[in-house]
Design a protein around this ligand. Structure first.
Ligand code: LLP
Length: 431
């Protein structure tokens, strides 16, 4: 199957990490998010071991919380020696309330409010990635006010086109993120960071985009950043101790996409870094990476109950489920393709092609179109795979649909990690 944690048992039921998904649907109800802890741990170890091996012992992984920010995820990753980036007070608060060590956190986000900066400094986060001049001034002022020093990395726009979706490409010159080199602004950014009080400039940050499969954009980005670092060293005598090279590699959502060799790609980036440091006589910085998607995506499966199957002549078959864009908006937003199967008929051939529709009141509420599936009928359990990233974190209450529960599976045993929203949760802020 698509990932090694997916299988089919003797009853012909789809299993995740050995757990029977049909039984889990019965026990917890649908729609339901499942999360395989063993798979998350596996991914954490691949990244962590690779950065320590090919970069340095002080190099680290910062899990990008935006992919999935729930208390349980911070508990799982901290045990695996993984740091985390947070982009909002909400993500920060979730991590803190999970008991996660604040100094492991990096405060991110392209428009940090004074309230967020103050809270992050108050909790004692380890560092900030600074996006622009206004924010630099603001962090310096608030840190001075609080009598603390903020460790910062400057977000530089590398102007790399990594050929991913426009909506998730972030490293181009014309971007709301970071400060560009070409215009001369990045140089002024460094100069200003070095001159302001209560700031400790520990390095640079860059990120070319998300769902990137090739290692070339990372190598190109590294070259741009090291040329810039060498230039800044000449001009200001400043060399970065840390270089954050941004988000993680792409994820295999369906059979047509290839496997990614994460270890092999990080090895190549490490070799390139050595070469560039020698070329520019720079000391080798420690490296941070911020994977989100590739830590949690393949750990996730969403279960639904089929409500109806509608054939429109020879034209199209709609299989309608009890969730949809409210728990997974990625097809509606990006036409992102997923694989699906009927969990209780997992050993049967996929003999229909259908559109999987959700229950929200708009035609675009689809999980996918032209999807091969086993013949479906009302009451079947439909599983959509690779939903661990950017599903729950992007879920909504559109049409006042309650968000599903999240069940974590470890070594085949299940436990509830997030309760299903109740109707009272939905109206609790209404006055
Ligand atoms: N670092 C930075 C600065 C980022 O902006 C992102 C993602 C990451 C790390 C993590 O990238 P990842 O390893 O997860 O690919 N909602 C979209 C994805 C938006 C990604 C935004 N930034 C989606 O569902 O595809």
């Amino acid at each position: 199957m698509l990932h090694s944690n997916y299988s089919v048992n003797g009853e012909g039921h789809f299993t995740l990490c050995g757990a029977d998904t049909v039984k889990l649907a019965e026990k917890y109800g649908t729609p339901l998010y499942l999360l395989d802890e063993n798979d998350i741990v596996k991914q954490c170890r691949i990244y962590r071991n690779a950065v320590k091996k090919y970069f340095s012992e002080k190099s680290a992984i910062y899990y990008a919380s935006k992919a999935l920010s729930i208390k349980e995820i911070y508990r799982i990753i901290e045990k695996e020696d993984i740091n985390a980036d947070v982009v909002s007070l909400g993500e920060l608060y979730t991590a803190i309330k999970a008991g996660y060590t604040p100094s492991r956190l990096c405060m991110h986000g392209n428009n940090k409010t004074p309230e967020e900066i103050r809270a992050a400094l108050g909790y004692g986060v380890g560092s900030f990635v600074v996006e622009c001049f206004d924010e630099l001034d603001s962090i310096s002022e608030i840190a001075s006010d609080m009598g603390v020093t903020a460790k910062i990395l400057l977000r530089i726009t590398p102007n790399i086109d990594c050929h991913t979706l426009e909506a998730i490409s972030t490293g181009k010159l014309d971007s709301k993120f970071g400060v560009p080199i070409e215009t001369g602004q990045a140089e002024k950014f460094v100069e200003r960071a070095l001159s302001l009080p209560h700031l400790d400039l520990i390095g640079y940050h860059c990120h070319c985009g998300s769902q990137v499969f090739e290692h070339e954009p990372y190598l190109d980005q590294l070259e741009v950043m090291m040329v810039f670092a060498a230039d800044m060293k000449k001009k200001f005598g400043y060399a970065p101790e840390y270089l954050n090279i941004g988000g993680g590699f792409g994820v295999r959502y369906n059979e047509s996409e290839g496997e990614i060799d994460i270890d092999g790609s990080i090895k190549l980036i490490g070799e390139k870094l050595t070469e560039l440091c020698e070329r520019f006589s720079l000391e080798r910085p420690h490296v941070f990476m911020e994977p989100g998607r590739s830590i949690v995506a393949s750990a996730g499966v969403t279960l639904y109950t089929v409500g109806s199957v509608k054939n429109i002549g020879d034209f199209r078959t709609y299989v309608t489920v009890d969730g949809g864009m409210s728990d997974n908006p990625r097809y509606a937003l990006y036409k992102a393709r997923y694989d699906a199967l009927i969990a209780n008929k997992a050993n049967m051939p996929k003999d229909i092609v259908c559109s999987i529709a959700g229950r929200c009141c708009e035609s675009g509420d689809l999980i996918g179109e032209d999807m091969p599936l086993q013949s479906a009928e009302r009451g079947d359990i439909l599983a959509v795979t690779v939903t661990g990233a950017y599903n729950y974190s992007m879920a909504s209450n559109y049409n006042r649909v309650a968000r599903p529960a999240i069940v974590v599976i470890k070594d085949g045993e299940d436990r509830l990690a997030v309760r299903r929203e109740t109707l009272d949760n939905i109206i609790e802020n209404d006055i």
